[in-house]
Design a protein around this ligand. Structure first.
Ligand code: SF4
Ligand code: SF4
Length: 284
């Protein structure tokens, strides 16, 4: 005869196993599931209380609506890794007179000039607007983040301008505000094109200079000192650890990248039934 004790010993693991079907698992099935940005689990610092809350020290999360551009995070990082730079967002615009645009179009030169300038910006013109008797051609939608407009020029536009000079155009810097604006006059036979690199004003009351931190993950050692230094609760460190890249430039995270949330991405071979199971695991 089987004693009640033995029955209990047989049934209790089965009951426990069945019960856990309805519990949310602690482990995750990486890479089919990822960690999520749950603000309470981020590494953060309360400057008023002077208390740091323990949490995952992965990729930073920047709250643009709180960042005043004070640069305290940048200064905190200076003696650690020099991974932070305060950057501005720039716009690159070509301005062409309407009649001159038509003239250049007739001789088939306009498209080659536009191609020359859009090539460093993913090869696409982002907008083509008419303003009075001028066409305004924008090279970017999202701002181009850098700490100086001079560097934007050197990295993205200098070669295109030199190519135009080789084709017989003359280029002259007609307006220059260090770090803020560069305007070039490109001319040939009474035809004039304007190239403008200008700092974008985000119109934020709390950040009048429109400057934000960008982080170079090729240098960051994930110490969290920048988070501790932020007086405005604008910087935290979250659970995202997938930061490796084959390209050095991709390790430079702009303020927009730092402000984005983590999105779930499944490996391409994941089937719909697997995705459904993952969703069930996540939301139960
Ligand atoms: S966490 Fe990275 S960016 Fe922040 S202070 Fe440390 S090294 Fe610099
Ligand atoms: S993240 Fe914080 S410390 Fe850094 S610039 Fe913005 S407000 Fe200042």
């Amino acid at each position: 005869m089987v004693s009640g004790n033995v029955i209990t010993r047989i049934l209790s693991p089965i009951i426990s196993g069945l019960k856990h079907i309805f519990f949310r698992p602690i482990t995750i099935k990486y890479p089919y599931e990822r960690t999520y940005n749950i603000p309470e689990s981020n590494y953060r610092f309360d400057p008023k209380e002077g208390v740091a809350y323990p949490g995952y020290k992965g990729r930073h999360i920047l709250y643009l609506d709180k960042c005043t551009g004070c640069g305290a995070c940048d200064r905190a990082c200076e003696n650690i890794a020099e991974a932070i730079s305060m950057v501005f967002g720039y716009d690159v615009i070509l301005k062409l007179d309407l009649s001159m645009y038509e003239e250049l179009k007739k001789c088939g030169e306009v498209s080659s000039i536009i191609e020359l300038f859009v090539e460093p910006f993913s090869g696409e013109l982002k907008s083509f607007e008419k303003n009075g008797d001028t066409y305004i051609l924008r090279m970017n939608n999202d701002p181009i983040f850098n700490y100086r407009c001079e560097v934007v020029y050197e990295n993205l536009l200098e070669d295109s301008l030199n190519e135009l000079v080789k084709r017989g155009w003359a280029s002259e810097l007609v307006e220059y505000k260090p770090m803020e604006k560069m305007k070039f006059k490109i001319s040939r036979d009474a035809k004039v094109i304007e190239l403008v690199i200008e700092k974008r004003d985000f119109g934020l009351k709390h950040n009048k200079r429109s400057t934000f931190p960008a982080i170079d993950y090729g240098r960051c050692v994930f110490c969290g000192f920048c988070v501790d230094a932020c007086p405005f609760y604008a910087l935290e460190m979250g659970p995202s650890y997938e930061l490796s890249s084959l390209e050095r430039e991709e390790l430079f995270y702009t303020p927009l990248m730092l402000s984005s949330r983590f999105f779930e991405t499944y490996p391409p071979e994941t089937t719909w039934s697997e995705k459904t199971v993952m969703l069930f695991r996540r939301y139960r």
